[in-house]
Design a protein around this ligand. Structure first.
Ligand code: HEC
Length: 169
């Protein structure tokens, strides 16, 4: 081996060393994403979200009817959030000619705000009127989404024996 080739070899191996060392100084790559276990990735179906909406719609009536304005305000907010979840999780639905993402802002946002305004004013008469308007909006959307056989109405009885709807004294 000649001096030149030794030098070349040296130069080459130190370059490899340099590259290797540089490699070592690089920040560690971000950790690979941890797969989400199936039970955490669970998305409620539209029918399930609607069953929650049914419960809130019922409780909203029971609270407003009892003039429990704090509880009614809570339930109307939950109802609004439930519709936000529907838009986010089910923007479209099967082969429905009307998409939930389009129908909800047009059909239910305004009636919900009317109910909220009646609650804020502690106005029972306005509460009843706006509640019925909201209920008609629920059914109008069921009609629009080919689900018109599913009709909701003002509750006639209280299915929650373990909850107090009258306001705190
Ligand atoms: C986007 C329009 C739309 C609006 C607004 C809407 N719904 Fe629905 N609702 C649907 C559709 C579509 C289904 C069928 C979902 C499914 O089963 O996959 C449904 C299903 C239901 C069901 C049946 C759930 C079950 O599994 O038994 C109930 C109860 C219900 N809705 C109540 C309501 C109430 C109460 C409101 C108003 C506060 C409301 N919905 C507003 C579209 C709507």
């Amino acid at each position: 081996m000649t001096t030149t080739s030794t030098c070349r070899l040296f130069a080459c191996s130190s370059l490899v060393l340099l590259v290797a060392t540089a490699g070592c100084q690089k920040p560690a790559p971000p950790p690979a994403p941890v797969p989400v276990p199936a039970h955490e990735a669970y998305t409620p179906g539209l029918g399930e979200l609607m069953s929650f909406q049914q419960m809130r719609h019922t409780k909203l009536w029971l609270a407003g009817d009892a003039r429990n304005w704090k509880l009614a305000a809570y339930e109307v907010t939950e109802l609004k959030e439930g519709f936000d979840d529907v838009v986010a999780l089910h923007p479209t639905w099967k082969d429905s000619p009307v998409a939930p993402k389009d129908a909800i802002p047009i059909m239910v946002n305004d009636p919900i705000e009317q109910v909220r305004a009646a609650i804020d004013r502690k106005d029972s008469k306005a509460f009843v009127e706006s509640y019925d308007t909201l209920t008609r909006a629920c059914n109008a959307c069921h009609q629009a989404t080919n689900f018109g056989f599913n009709v909701v109405a003002r509750p006639k009885t209280n299915p929650y024996p373990n909850q107090v709807f009258t306001p705190e004294k």
